[in-house]
Design a protein around this ligand. Structure first.
Ligand SMILES: Cc1ncc(COP(=O)(O)O)c(C=O)c1O
Length: 392
């Protein structure tokens, strides 16, 4: 599988388009949770204007009063075309897709299809905190199989976990985060095929959260879970939400492998009432016409990753960044700073910079913070200055 080259003809850098004053006018969670003197680099929202095709599609819909309920399969068709071009994968069959309100509610619905109350759901800690919250809220049991060396999937302990949770009882699921949040790890085809093999061997159903799939670094190849041999009974969630900053425009897609089609067919019809029609329009436009914008973003994020590494090495060398190949998140090992289990608290209180605490990411999160680098070089530089001042 080859990835297409990321070139950005004529596209301005979306991460340099908005200044701090403009960003502070936003009313979303990133900008309204902390007081004005705090620089927010926490929740996964990007400091970008939207891609022009998305703005145009939503604006045209508003002008037309096209604000009813969603219909049709345009979103799934757009994703299938994007997957074919971007990942050289033609495995998305529209009839094996369903629209869901967002990725996490899609995860919940997929887990409901393949597990029952009290059943185990395996996650690779440290991992996106809502995995714990949503699984627990739906009366399933979280079982951690921590990432291994280099913060990659650790297949032997994963096999042990699959064996343990399925011994003597029925159903279990594995909620795979691909690419992985918070580490930005991109799982290889070999790793994913090994996961599929283990899942089949132990009868564990795989639900892959692939929301960060469009956000791989230039030159890195994302491998869709459902594309690997043995993953036919897998389920996946995809969305344009992270790639194009559309979290407020609710819509995502659930995908089933051929062996999971019957499971997806049991999805209650009312789940399709959740996504917003404007969301479907926005996500479809992003996938169809937003690839130039995405490529400009990816080039800029890559520069941001290098800038962050250089700034930390110069100003706070005790912090060790995890080398990420995807997402716009940086997982920072701050244990050498002596700030205890929750360094985010000190960075916020003393440095006035809001990062995500590592603790809710589960085992492996203590002493870590997650930094959102989807911002301008100026804001990133100021954030590191504030982090350095915290420990000066
Ligand atoms: C791995 C992962 N899954 C899901 C989500 C949330 O997606 P949604 O808003 O579509 O539920 C995020 C948001 O950052 C995420 O990182």
């Amino acid at each position: 599988m080859t990835s297409i080259p990321h070139d950005t003809p004529g596209e301005p850098d979306p991460l340099r388009a908005l200044g701090l004053e403009r960003l502070r006018c936003r009313t979303s969670m990133k900008w309204r949770t902390y007081p004005e003197d705090v620089l927010p680099l926490w929740v996964a929202e990007m400091d970008v204007p939207l891609a022009e095709p998305v703005v145009r599609a939503v604006t045209e819909a508003l002008a037309l009063g096209d604000t009813g309920y969603p219909a049709g399969t345009a979103y799934a068709e757009a994703l299938a075309a994007f997957a074919a071009k971007r990942w050289n994968w033609d495995g998305i069959a529209v009839e094996r897709t369903a629209i869901v309100p967002d990725v996490m509610l899609g995860v919940v619905e997929m887990l409901k299809l393949v597990t029952g109350p009290g059943d185990p759901v395996i996650v690779n800690s440290p991992v996106y905190p809502p995995f714990y919250q949503f699984i627990t809220h739906m009366d399933r049991r979280v079982v951690e199989a921590p990432l291994g060396a280099g913060l990659r999937l650790d297949l032997d302990p994963l096999a042990d976990t699959f064996r343990n949770v399925t011994a003597g009882q029925g159903r279990a699921a594995y909620l795979l985060c691909s690419p992985h949040n918070p580490t930005g790890t991109v799982h290889t085809a070999a790793e994913l095929a090994a996961v599929a093999d283990l899942a089949e061997r132990y009868g564990v159903r795989v639900v892959a959260d692939e929301i960060h799939a469009p956000l791989v670094a230039p030159g890195v190849t994302f491998v869709p879970y459902l594309s690997v041999p043995g993953a036919e009974r897998g389920l996946s969630l995809m969305s344009a939400s992270k790639g194009w900053n559309l979290a407020g425009l609710k819509a995502a897609l659930a995908l089933a492998g051929p062996g999971a089609a019957a499971d997806l067919a049991r999805l209650p019809e009312e789940v399709s009432h959740g996504p917003s029609h404007l969301g479907v329009i926005a996500h479809t436009a992003a996938l169809n016409d937003g690839t130039g914008w995405l490529d400009a973003l990816l080039a800029s994020l890559d520069a941001g990753r290098s800038l962050l590494t250089a700034l930390l090495a110069e100003h706070v060398p005790a912090i060790r960044p995890c080398p990420a190949e995807a997402t716009y998140l940086a997982w920072l090992d701050c244990r050498a700073l002596g700030l205890g289990d929750d360094p985010a608290e000190a960075f916020l209180d003393r440095g006035r910079v809001a990062l995500s605490s590592g603790l809710p990411f589960g085992t492996g999160g203590a002493g870590h913070v997650r930094l959102n680098l989807a911002t301008s070089p100026e804001i990133l530089t100021e954030a590191v200055r504030r982090m350095a001042a915290t420990v000066a």
